[in-house]
Design a protein around this ligand. Sequence first.
Ligand SMILES: N[C@@H](CCC(=O)N[C@@H](CS)C(=O)NCC(=O)O)C(=O)O
Length: 198
Amino acid sequence: MIPLLYTFRRCPYAIRARLAIAVSGVPVQQHEVVLRDKPAAMLACSPKGTVPVLQLPDGTVLEQSLDIMLWALNLADPEGWLQGEGWSVAAQELVAQNDGSFKFYLDRYKYPERYPEHSAVYYREQGELYLQQLEQRLQRQDWLAGDKPGLVDMAAFPFVRQFAHVDKTWFYQSPYPRLIAWLDNQLASALFAQVMQK
Ligand SMILES: N[C@@H](CCC(=O)N[C@@H](CS)C(=O)NCC(=O)O)C(=O)O
């Protein structure tokens, strides 16, 4: 038996998990889930009902995307995503902010009609506080992790991608040139193409 990943193609959490699994080369079987009709077998092992979920042959269940990334990279890390700044304390703080306030405002920026208390522009500006931090870091170095990609880059970029896609015209003329180059670099990568295959 090989590990089984329940995944959803466009989910940023699932994308980051698939990126780490792909770079590690660890064999994992993938099951694409329909979010409105989740498989009973997935809910049986992970009742909280979010993807990604990784079920290991020994019965262990990993139900957080970062845990799945760390599991894969601890088995094999050929590109050194865990090395150096890849998963340093500062990197972990950045990812916590990504998954916390940035994701919070990303959801509101994407669907402002569901959150009418504020305008889309307000939500975008709140999200930009995080983008500005990434831009500052990328002014000093090519990757959030330093001179090569690390876990922090892969954990953050699927969310920045979503943010960019809400209004590409705005994003590509925004004052974040290093962030734009960083995102484009990853969107053009063979690894990303591999994990987004239909
Ligand atoms: N903290 C979780 C969050 C995962 C998550 O929220 N995934 C979303 C899809 S992007 C989901 O499955 N939502 C449940 C649903 O839409 O029914 C992780 O890091 O894996």
